[in-house]
Design a protein around this ligand. Structure first.
Ligand SMILES: [Zn+2]
Length: 496
């Protein structure tokens, strides 16, 4: 437990106010967080912009430009909008005479789709209600549909198409059953006719390689790596081995094998990363993705998990405010043992499980306030105190490393928002920053054999590219730009 100095005559009032303010700011942040368009909100400002913040900001700022470059239709639209250059073309929309009746439409005509993007919190019912389409029509469509779930569990960002007659009645509804199937439900008299349109996708494997240059994100973005792929590399694959805020220099390089899903000439999905090499300070770190128990994890080329048993700190971008060990009590002036470490962070900052574990307890625990205790096996337990609230956790429930288990607060004996984190081995408190953590188990036996078979093609691709770029071909002197190579080939062309 921690007791920073008390400042005002009525500390509780001051703290409450401070926490309320922080909570209010945080709620605003969370709202923006949910909106993928507001990229800046994904990296909350913590008082100082790190290299990573700047890199991410520039990355997202340029995305809009990239999207325009990638969609051929857009560039024509943009050109038309430019005034002064080329022959002037003006289009004007004139009011059309009202269509007499929708009965005049032939059955097999072109549908006039009014496309709606589903927003967070919207349901099919609310979308229908907003368009004044009776619920009875919705129920008829749902009953006729072969897969109600695709319609009743709408994901934010999903597209729905409405074909509405001049009198406002619904003629047809269109939705995407999955990445490859689009469904049209047409209302014809009492009947509902379902039409399934196949939209084939092609998965291609891209090998992208470059130098960090001025910034990893700038270079990676130039090479066509998506923000999610870059975040996978920095915040997942290599986060245990490379500190991207400090360790990386302009001469460092990377190669990434990534799957790209294309549909009708459009890149609809990038990922997962199947293999990557990052050379930091002259030392190469290799990662390769292997699926076991239906879950993708990253390993070294010889089958050791990159993931450590415990992460360094259970919250990101937080300041260590109090260390482990004997310290003078800030209020009482006496010496006492601090049995954990403290991280100062704003109220509402997510707290992650330090390792895979079972929940021992989640709830109020005296002076600790809202607290979560996790059992990681082999006598290792962790404790997270003073949370504003815990996540919805049940005793005995399994959590994975990195899962959010609660949010920073100032409950219990605490005078400001922070996380108090304890690490125990067989019941004895240890310093989580110094204790040697047990290494994760390497793959062996059948799993190792399967790993070698599954990962060989990606590893071979990455070695080829690295060899061509950085060994065989003499380096061209280049002041600023990263050395660039991007190759795309169909995944089916794999050797072996
Ligand atoms: Zn503490």
């Amino acid at each position: 437990m921690t007791q920073p100095p008390q400042i005002s005559p009525d500390p509780h009032q001051a703290i409450r106010e401070q926490n309320l303010r922080a909570a209010a700011e945080n709620t605003a942040n969370e709202a923006r967080y949910a909106d993928p368009r507001d990229a800046a909100a994904r990296f909350p400002f913590n008082g100082r912009w790190t290299r990573r913040d700047w890199a991410h900001a520039s990355l997202f700022a340029t995305l809009g430009a990239l999207v325009i470059a990638m969609v051929p239709g857009f560039s024509n639209v943009m050109r038309g909008a430019g005034a002064g250059d080329g022959p002037g073309l003006t289009t004007m929309s004139l009011p059309l005479p009202p269509l007499r009746a929708h009965a005049a439409r032939p059955a097999e005509q072109q549908r006039a789709w009014d496309v709606v993007k589903v927003e967070k919190g919207q349901t099919l019912g609310s979308i229908f209600a907003a368009r004044d389409i009776p619920a009875s029509v919705m129920h008829r469509l749902l009953e006729a549909s072969a897969d109600r779930q695709a319609l009743t569990r709408l994901r934010p960002g999903a597209e729905l198409g409405f074909d509405v007659a001049a009198d406002g009645s619904l003629l047809a509804l269109r939705y995407d059953r999955n990445d490859t199937q689009r469904v049209e439900l047409s209302l014809a008299g009492d009947k509902v006719v379902e039409k399934v349109i196949e939209r084939p996708v092609e998965v291609r494997t891209a090998v992208i390689s470059g130098k960090v240059g001025k910034s990893l994100f700038h270079s990676a973005r130039k090479l066509g790596l998506s923000p999610s792929v870059i975040t996978t590399l920095t915040d997942e694959v290599f986060k245990y081995d490379i500190d991207f805020d400090r360790d990386v220099t302009s001469g460092d390089r990377f190669s990434v094998v990534v799957e790209q899903t294309w549909r009708e000439g459009e890149l609809i999905k990038t990922g997962p990363v199947t293999a990557a090499v990052f050379t930091a300070k002259g030392k190469p770190f290799t990662a390769v993705r292997f699926e076991r128990n239906g879950k993708g994890e990253y390993f070294t080329a010889d089958g050791r998990p990159l993931k450590k048993s415990f992460i360094r700190s259970p919250i990101q971008y937080a300041r260590l405010s109090s260390r482990f060990g004997t310290r003078r009590h800030p209020v009482l002036g006496t010496s006492r043992m601090h049995k954990g470490v403290d991280y100062a962070a704003r109220t509402g900052t997510p707290i992650m499980a330090a390792g895979d574990a079972r929940v021992v307890s989640a709830g109020w625990k005296g002076g600790y306030g809202n607290t979560v205790v996790l059992d990681h096996g082999k006598g290792h337990t962790t404790l997270y105190a003073h949370m504003s609230r815990t996540a919805k956790l049940k005793r005995g429930q399994r959590v994975s490393q990195g899962d959010v288990i609660g949010y920073v607060g100032s409950t219990g004996m605490s005078t400001g928002p922070h996380l108090h984190y304890e690490f125990r081995v067989n019941g004895v408190h240890r310093n989580p920053l110094q204790h040697t953590m047990p290494p994760p188990e390497p793959l062996s036996g059948a799993a190792l054999a399967q790993f070698r078979k599954q990962t060989a093609p990606a590893l071979e691709r990455i070695r080829d590219v690295e060899e061509i770029l950085y060994a065989t071909v003499p380096a061209r002197p280049s002041a600023e730009d990263p050395q660039v190579a991007a190759a795309t080939t169909p995944a089916r062309a794999h050797k072996g």
